[in-house]
Ligand binder design. Structure first.
Ligand code: CAA
Length: 258
């Protein structure tokens, strides 16, 4: 796959998508978001890929929506043109696990895009922020919604209202990221995490993701009912037979193609 604003790497069952507009701090523009949707859907449909990593460069994940591209937009351009809605949320339709791997800045739309990933791994150099207020707008890709759900209202309000950035340690403390690694070993460590998941049965990983995401959209009782259906439906599948037989036979399971 060849893209103008993305770099693609294949690491066996793990596909890596790198945001790549180095001259503009990986600012997210239409072309990049269209390409990202295309790449995500291709990997989601590729039976050889079990996990997708979305990352940026060593310096920046993404510094937000492209301010130069949107500075002259009118309300009609954005509302009728469905700005953001038209191409930023493809990632939410991806059914395989997507890990966001962040080094350097993840600001504004960059932080929002990161929060659309299933979980985040950060370098110790990472900085997260929602500085939209400084350019005179509210966040538009979920910052006021996903951030408080993830790190709590007080920290989220603080970040959103003051535009204060938080570093990797604070991001880990607040639950925005799951793990932090030294910047030098970030990709190596992230690939280890991704490969651990890629060796699990992809059908179960997809169901776990689906079920966790349900938690944010429904009541606890309905969410547990949803999970229970997946659990019951798992019985009789190759993954369940292999996983439980391997445990009882004291061997490593082989979930290839499951
Ligand atoms: N859009 C367009 N271009 C951007 C950009 C952005 N969001 N962020 C950085 N750039 C460009 C700069 O204009 C600059 O270009 P030139 O070299 O042509 O002048 C280049 O990238 C390098 O940037 P800096 O010189 O500013 O680099 P720095 O190291 O001094 O600072 C930074 C880095 C802190 C990330 C700073 O660039 C910055 O604050 N960027 C803007 C962050 C921001 O406000 N993001 C929110 C955007 S609004 C949004 O995202 C809406 C939404 O919710 C969907």
């Amino acid at each position: 796959m060849e893209y103008a604003d993305l770099l693609i790497e294949n690491h066996g069952k793990v596909a890596v998508i790198r945001l790549n507009r180095p001259k503009a701090m990986n600012a997210l523009n239409d072309n990049m978001m269209n390409e990202l949707g295309d790449a995500l859907y291709k990997f989601d449909a590729d039976p050889g890929v079990n996990v997708i990593i979305l990352t940026g460069s060593e310096k920046v994940f993404a510094a937000g929506a492209d301010i130069a591209a949107m500075a002259n937009y009118t309300y009609a351009d954005t509302y009728q043109g469905n700005y953001i809605g038209r191409n930023w949320e493809h990632i939410l339709n991806v059914r395989k696990p997507v890990i966001g791997v962040v080094a350097g800045y993840a600001l504004g739309g960059g932080c929002e895009l990161a929060m659309m990933c299933d979980f985040l791994i950060a370098a110790d150099s990472a900085k997260f922020g929602q500085p939209e207020i400084k350019v005179g707008v509210t966040p538009g890709a979920g910052g006021t919604q996903r951030l408080p759900r993830t790190i709590g209202k007080s920290k989220a309000m603080d970040m959103l209202l003051t535009s204060r950035m938080i570093d990797a340690a604070e991001a880990e403390r607040t639950g925005l990221v799951s793990r932090v690694f030294p910047a030098e070993s970030l990709m190596e460590e992230a690939l280890k995490v991704a490969n651990t998941i890629a060796d699990m049965p992809v059908s179960v990983a997809m169901a776990v993701k689906d079920s966790v995401n349900r938690a944010f959209e429904t009541t606890l009782t309905e969410g547990v009912r949803y999970e229970r259906r997946f659990f019951h439906a798992g019985f009789g599948t190759p993954a369940q037979k292999e996983g439980m037989s391997a445990f009882l036979e004291k061997r490593k399971p082989n979930f290839e193609g499951m």
